[in-house]
Design a protein around this ligand. Structure first.
Ligand SMILES: NC(=O)c1ccc[n+]([C@@H]2O[C@H](COP(=O)([O-])OP(=O)(O)OC[C@H]3O[C@@H](n4cnc5c(N)ncnc54)[C@H](O)[C@@H]3O)[C@@H](O)[C@H]2O)c1
Length: 322
């Protein structure tokens, strides 16, 4: 889809990937960007820079309300749907996960269809794959998921496909791997592994690794995810799901060692025997996104982690000064 002069809605646009997607869109010649978010997890602060641009407006709304979503999509050419409850939230509150990630997504799909939206970019997740049965994981990897969260993403993809075939809704789903970067939540109830390790390092303690540390993931920077969203909106393909990943394997021990080095702490890794992660191995194959979306993740992990640490330090300094 051509972005020039377009009106776009970014559902969940105050969150981590959404707010970076808004920033990325501001480099394009779009006419209007409507950020729709209930601020359950996202913040106005994430949009501080973007809101200086008159093309950006905010609608405080919930995807669980069909009417609110419908109003926000009026005249929209394209929609990014990033609003969802996170893995652990869904694990602890499955019905909330169902309501937001599935019913909410259904509301978004229906509103896209009714508003004649040309293209939807849906945030799925590498969680659909579960633990790797083959590596790297191409998009054809089986759905080996065992979590409520992953189930909601499989359902969201399947529902988008059904709307495409029934009503002609043009959609692309993006399966992000392990996303990290500035604006990542480090204070809420649900924080990811990198932030937990940095919390330990802040206290001068060794970062905790559960299991033997050989479990390995594909860490992709949030700025690259934002670029993938814009690339997916511009691309010609429809009715496809794409990995958003680097293709690089990093074990949890390697990640902990990088963070120790980058923070300059003189500690070792603190291994705990019990394993707590849902998935042991998840490395993506980035080929299809490169070929069809012209998307390649560019951020080196060490550079990206350095940027994250700098942002976190700066952000915490701001909070204590306020
Ligand atoms: N961060 C990751 O590692 C990762 C990995 C794979 C997939 N994803 C998916 O990418 C998308 C964006 O993830 P993120 O990391 O930016 O998450 P995030 O929590 O930072 O952003 C989600 C946004 O959706 C909003 N939201 C939640 N419920 C809502 C509701 N009912 N109505 C309106 N807005 C609502 C939140 O306030 C938040 O701003 C999500 O769909 C997520 O499942 C994220």
């Amino acid at each position: 889809m051509k972005l020039d002069g377009s009106k776009l809605a970014v559902i969940g646009g105050a969150g981590l990937i959404g707010s970076h997607t808004v920033d990325e869109l501001l480099n394009e010649d779009v006419s209007q960007i409507v950020v729709f978010d209930n601020f359950a997890r996202g913040t106005h602060e994430n949009l501080e820079g973007a809101l200086k641009d008159p093309r950006v407006t905010i609608v405080d709304g919930d995807i669980c309300s069909p009417a609110a979503v419908r109003d926000a999509f009026d005249g929209a050419d394209g929609v990014f749907h990033l609003a969802a409850l996170w893995l652990l939230h869904c694990h602890e509150h499955p019905r909330d996960g169902f309501d937001v990630n599935l019913t909410g997504t259904f509301n978004v799909l229906e509103a896209c269809r009714d508003a004649g939206v040309q293209r939807l970019v849906f945030s799925s997740s590498a969680s659909v794959y579960g633990d790797a049965v083959e590596e790297p994981m191409a998009e054809s990897h089986p759905f080996n998921n065992t979590t409520i969260y992953g189930a909601t993403k499989i359902g969201g993809e399947a529902m988008a496909k059904a709307f495409h075939h029934r009503d002609g809704l043009g959609y692309i789903a993006l399966r992000y791997f392990n996303v990290y970067g500035p604006r990542q939540d480090y204070r809420g109830a649900y924080v990811a592994v990198i932030m937990k390790m940095l919390d330990c390092l802040d206290r001068g303690e060794a970062p905790m690794v559960y299991g033997d540390g050989t479990q390995a993931y594909d860490f992709v920077s949030v700025r690259d995810c934002a670029r993938a969203n814009v690339a997916a909106m511009k691309a010609g393909t429809v009715d496809r799901c794409y990995n958003v990943c680097t293709g690089t394997r990093t074990s949890i021990s390697e990640l902990a060692a990088m963070l120790i080095r980058l923070t300059g702490q003189k500690v070792d890794i603190d291994y705990h025997s019990e394993a707590v992660s849902f998935v042991r191995n998840r490395i993506g194959d980035p080929t299809a996104a490169r070929l069809d979306l012209d998307f390649v993740a560019e951020t080196d992990l060490v550079d990206g982690l350095r940027e994250l640490i700098d942002w976190r330090d700066e952000h915490r300094r701001h909070l204590t000064e306020d």
